[in-house]
Design a protein around this ligand. Structure first.
Ligand code: TXA
Ligand code: MG
Length: 324
């Protein structure tokens, strides 16, 4: 009975990590911490393991996955790096940046990872547990965020158990993720770099190294119409953005000093000091907690659209987008 299946909770000790590596090499699914969010890992060279990731998440097959490796040298075996890619890799890896690069024609990486595209998304995570696990596995690990497709990303092992508890073989139980929102994704397959997802590595920092980047998303000067926004990162409750106060039946997600802000049946503050890094780290866990408060709707105070606030607002707009 699959409903009876319970994942092994593995400690972040050398023995726990060795066991997780063994499981990955045997084709199992292992959730593990990265500095951004928890990933649902599977052997990226094993079609069955990658297919199992899609099935566990309930994810549409056309959405490609990120291959995670331990260092720049290993990454170069799995994707074609030009000078721009090398500049960014040396500056920001290990760290919360994903590069979309041309996929070598003879790549042994599962075609499912690229979802049929001739590109591959690759990332070297900085979290020490992720680093140790990638070395133990000894092969690239495909890992989307460890949540059901479209739902809020997990930033603790408990979130993973809540969302995928019966669909994952093991969870490496590290602590809370420090960054809290998924990696920045930049597409370097064409002449002009394109930002596909805002994250903790900011466009300005990258532009200093590789020149102008087209901001396809998260660009405050080019907001997409709600109809174009893919619903994603969505709690069960409806989400109402830019709220200056909350109704008595709403949960209230606030930011900055909120003593004189009115309303909310329950409320949580992303960062009373107004620190965007702290707000990003708290975003998904606060959304989950307010969702569990039973309110049918979550009102959210405005977040400054600068620095990591761009990534936070990107995730909040998707959480508020019309559901399929
Ligand atoms: O922080 C993160 O990136 C986390 C941790 C676990 O590493 N992973 C993550 O994976 O967020 P996922 O699958 O939830 O998001 C991957 C993003 C998606 O937006 C996907 O469309 C994009 O990367 N992507 C992956 N491969 C791509 C490709 N070949 N071309 C364009 N976009 C790609
Ligand atoms: Mg995701």
């Amino acid at each position: 009975d699959p409903a009876e299946k319970r994942p092994a909770l593995l400690p972040t000790t050398p023995a726990g990590i060795a066991r997780a590596g063994e499981l990955l090499r045997a084709g199992a699914l292992v959730a593990f911490p990265t500095e951004t969010v928890y990933g649902l890992g599977g052997d990226a060279t094993d079609d069955c393991a990658v297919a199992a990731i899609f099935a566990a998440k309930g994810r549409p097959q056309f959405n490609p996955l990120i291959a995670h490796v331990a260092d720049v040298a290993t990454a170069q075996a799995w994707a074609r790096f030009d000078d721009r890619a090398l500049e960014l890799a040396h500056q920001f890896w290990p760290g919360p940046l994903t590069l979309v690069l041309p996929r070598p024609a003879d790549s042994p990486l599962s075609l499912l990872v690229s979802a049929g595209l001739d590109s591959v998304a690759i990332r070297v995570p900085g979290h020490p547990v992720a680093q140790a696990l990638l070395r133990a596995a000894g092969r690239p690990i495909a890992a989307p965020s460890a949540n059901r497709s479209g739902a809020v990303s997990p930033t603790t092992p408990y979130h993973v158990l809540e969302s995928l508890g019966d669909r994952v073989d093991a969870v490496v139980a590290g602590g809370k993720c420090a960054v809290g929102v998924e990696s920045t994704v930049i597409d370097l397959t064409g002449p002009e770099p394109v930002l596909l997802r805002p994250g903790a590595v900011l466009p300005d920092e990258m532009e200093r190294l590789i020149g102008p980047i087209r901001l396809s998303q998260g660009d405050p000067t080019a907001p997409k119409s709600p109809g174009q926004l893919e619903s994603h990162y969505a709690p069960n409750a409806a989400v109402r953005l830019n709220a200056s106060s909350a109704e008595s039946d709403e949960a209230f997600l606030t930011f900055g000093p909120d003593r004189f802000v009115f309303g909310g049946a329950s409320r949580l503050n992303l960062s009373p000091q107004g620190d965007l890094n702290e707000a990003a780290a708290n975003l998904f866990s606060h959304l989950r907690q307010l969702d569990q408060s039973g309110a049918g709707r979550i009102a959210v105070m405005p977040i400054p659209d600068e620095g990591l606030g761009v990534a936070i607002n990107d995730r909040l707009r998707r959480a508020a987008a019309p559901r399929p």
